[in-house]
Ligand binder design. Structure first.
Ligand SMILES: *Cc1c(COP(=O)(O)O)cnc(C)c1O
Length: 379
């Protein structure tokens, strides 16, 4: 699904040297590499504060802790996403409210979101699923109207841009009150282990969160709040510093591969290729780089999707099903509050989606081999 080795070959010298320097320096925790990376990422994103942490799940959790969300508060998120999003809501004793998604963008459905808002709702967690920015104009407007926090789960969307209806352009993860990301190796900006970060433009929130990731300490050995231990280590920061200057180029390579896939499938009726527009409503943004293709995910209609997966695997083509089970049907998150009729789209998507290999090193020959194998099965 990804070619981390091929990508490493291009940056090997810089990565090896930086990692060795960290080892020689012995500044393994909170070393200068971490602070430098933080500054460079702030600059890249155009955000006031980046708080590095241990992984993307912690980033989400600490963002919610920082906002002071309390047990009983309702937090709305999409039914069709990776479980980490709902997991931290539940772990903190908050009440997860799962809602259906849009069949074109795979992102949270605005009507479903509207209908789910109650007097107990405190926050919305839009996920920029597969690298496509969620409809932030609509989400921010709803949040304003109902006085809600917006926590962007940007684990899959780093580097994407969003153009608002007023023409202003912002990076994904800098639009809501706070955002989380993951540097898991296969993410668009991945390190060589676990890593994550929180972003915000709010000075007070940044201060609160910086202490929270460090045992709730704002002054050494004074613990003002209950925190966690969640750090990005210096070796991972060194890897990320070597990769960050290439992020736009990595995302362009993903987009180029996506365009080639889509071109190859354009005449096949039973294949729905992914949209590159971040809203399926009236506003269409052609030029806003709002998709960074963390995954290239097809819908296959009237097709035995699992048999297609088998077919591709037999031909040596890795593929993935993200995600095979709606969150509201997962044993850990089932609840009698949910009504199957409210999850029509997610229930359909879990049977139709298939993600093809997507990374920065895909060449035309590989794309041709993959698309031919898909078409051979379907047509
Ligand atoms: C990967 C991912 C996470 C979690 O990140 P980790 O670094 O693996 O903890 C959270 N949300 C989404 C949508 C993800 O894809």
């Amino acid at each position: 699904m990804v070619d981390l080795k091929g990508q490493y070959e291009h940056i090997k010298e810089r990565v090896n040297q930086s990692v060795l320097e960290v080892i020689e320096s012995t500044a393994y925790i909170n070393g200068p590499e971490v602070h430098q990376f933080q500054k460079e990422l702030e600059e890249y994103l155009g955000v006031k504060h980046v708080i590095p942490c241990a992984n993307g799940t912690d980033a989400l959790q600490v963002a919610m802790m920082g906002l002071g969300l309390k047990p009983g508060d309702e937090v709305i998120t999409a039914d069709f996403t990776f479980a980490a999003t709902v997991e931290v809501i539940a772990l903190l004793g908050l009440t997860p409210v799962l809602v259906d998604v849009d069949p074109v963008t795979f992102n949270i459905d605005i009507e479903a979101l509207k209908n789910a808002i109650t007097p107990k709702t405190k926050a919305i967690v839009p996920v920029h699923l597969f690298g496509l920015v969620a409809p932030m104009d609509e989400i921010m407007a709803l949040a304003k109207e109902h006085d809600l926090y917006v926590i962007e789960d940007n684990a899959q969307g780093i580097g994407a841009s969003y153009t608002s209806k007023d023409g202003s352009k912002q990076k994904a993860g800098t639009i809501g009150h706070v955002a989380s990301t993951s540097f898991f190796p296969s993410k668009n900006l991945g390190c060589y282990g676990d890593g994550g970060a929180i972003f915000t433009n709010d000075d007070d929130l940044a201060h609160t969160i910086r202490g929270m990731v460090n045992h709730g300490m704002y002054v050494r050995y004074h613990h003002d709040v209950v925190g966690v231990n969640s750090r990005l280590d210096s070796i991972q920061a060194a890897v990320l510093r070597a990769k960050l200057p290439n992020l736009d180029q990595y995302n362009s390579a993903r987009r180029a591969a996506a365009r080639k896939y889509t071109e190859a499938f354009k005449d096949i009726d039973s294949i729905v290729t992914p949209t590159a527009n971040c809203t399926s409503q009236e506003f269409i943004c052609d030029q806003c780089d709002c998709h960074v293709f963390h995954q290239y995910t097809l819908r296959v209609l009237n097709t035995d999707r699992d048999a297609l997966v088998q077919h591709l695997q037999c031909k040596g083509i890795p593929c993935g099903v993200y995600y095979p089970i709606p969150l509201h049907s997962q044993k850990a998150y089932r609840d009698e509050r949910y009504n199957e009729a409210d999850f029509k789209i997610t229930n359909q998507l879990v049977k139709e989606v298939i993600s093809l290999p997507m990374h920065t090193e895909l060449d035309d020959e590989q794309i041709a081999y993959i698309t031919e194998a898909v078409i051979e099965f379907i047509a």
